[in-house]
Design a protein around this ligand. Structure first.
Ligand SMILES: Nc1nc2c(ncn2[C@@H]2O[C@H](COP(=O)(O)OP(=O)(O)OP(=O)(O)O)[C@@H](O)[C@H]2O)c(=O)[nH]1
Ligand SMILES: [Mg+2]
Ligand SMILES: [Zn+2]
Length: 311
């Protein structure tokens, strides 16, 4: 995947937009060193980046030459990416909403959920949670309990079963460019197949997937979604995530990414309070009083430790 030392810089804008040899299209699949581009006329073309780096992502609207060289991308409405101390990985461009897919079974990491929500808040992308595999009833109460702190924050939670009926998601896809994000085996591709006739996204038995150590979906892919009597949309199925590093964010930005912290952020005794162990910390007080869920404060402190270690 793409590697950068800093926030990915926008490649140069295409120079001659009127040139007759240039074509425009949307990247519908990103394979690292080449891209599948859906052209304006609906046909598919292969696109290549200029230098060694691959600064484009699934969802990017690009311009390319007749021989497939991508010369630039249109200004992005959003860019979703994650980063550890050394590199950044683009997830998708131009998405308008993030659908975090979790499942009743296997269980999921609520910390990963917080990470993705902080990234979405930072980019100004609407986010909600799809709790999949609700047909597995014995595991349902535990999953609901793990999601309770997020529900309390106002994040919408859609309960459904991809193998029974994915319809609860339909109306939410209308007019949006959505992306499924989540750990491997949560059912993102199964949901995609249920919502997009003909998508044929590969899905796999979890035991098989875990044994091979590989995620079933290996790259992001964008599909058109169309349902009767509702505006068209686009849906990106993405590979399972184990990590969602936020090293591109400052400590302050991470605090802002916790929506429930916002009312308290400027009321600590110290103006530069990092809400770790400082005296008279309003965030800590809000956690003690129950206004902030202690689990979310734990998540925040975990993220702060990571950013502090790497900066
Ligand atoms: N019981 C049940 N099983 C489901 C449901 N949705 C998906 N599965 C199963 O869960 C397994 C994993 O589903 P996938 O769709 O491949 O999961 P994924 O999130 O795309 O996984 P990656 O591509 O590795 O990230 C498959 O065996 C699916 O059949 C559901 O609603 N109920
Ligand atoms: Mg998949
Ligand atoms: Zn504080």
């Amino acid at each position: 995947m793409t590697e950068f030392s800093k926030r990915p810089a926008s490649p140069a804008k295409a120079d001659r937009p009127g040139s007759s040899t240039k074509r425009t299209g949307t990247i519908v699949a990103a394979f690292g060193r080449h891209y599948e581009v859906k052209l304006a006329d609906g046909s598919l073309a292969t696109g290549f980046p200029l230098g060694k780096k691959s600064p484009f992502a699934c969802g990017d609207e690009v311009e390319l030459t007749a021989d497939g060289q991508i010369t630039g991308h249109v200004k992005r409405r959003s860019l979703l990416y994650r980063s550890d101390a050394y590199r950044q990985k683009l997830i998708a461009a131009n998405v308008t909403q993030l659908i975090l897919v979790v499942a009743t079974d296997p269980s999921f990491s609520d910390l990963l959920l917080t990470r993705a929500l902080v990234a979405a808040e930072h980019e100004g992308i609407r986010a909600f949670i799809a709790l999949n595999k609700c047909d597995l009833l014995t595991a349902l109460p535990a999953a609901r309990a793990l999601l309770a702190p997020f529900a309390k924050l106002g994040y919408e939670i859609i309960e459904l079963s991809a193998i029974q009926d994915a319809a609860p998601l339909r109306a939410l896809l209308s007019g949006q460019t959505s992306i499924f994000v989540g750990q491997s085996g949560m059912g993102k591709s199964t949901l995609t197949n249920a919502l997009v006739p003909g998508a044929a996204a590969a899905t796999r038995e979890l035991s098989v997937a875990l044994d091979s150590g590989k995620h079933t979906t290996t790259h992001a892919r964008l599909y058109d979604v169309a349902f009767p009597n509702q505006a068209h949309g686009a849906l990106i199925d993405s590979p399972g995530l184990q990590e969602f590093g936020l090293n591109h964010m400052t400590q302050e930005e991470i605090g802002q990414g916790f929506v429930e912290f916002r009312p308290y952020l400027n009321t600590c005794r110290f103006r530069d309070c990092r809400h770790l162990a400082e005296p008279d910390c309003a965030i800590k007080a809000a956690s003690d009083s129950g206004a902030i869920h202690p689990r979310r404060l734990e998540h925040y402190r975990q993220l702060m430790r990571e950013v502090a270690r790497d900066s």
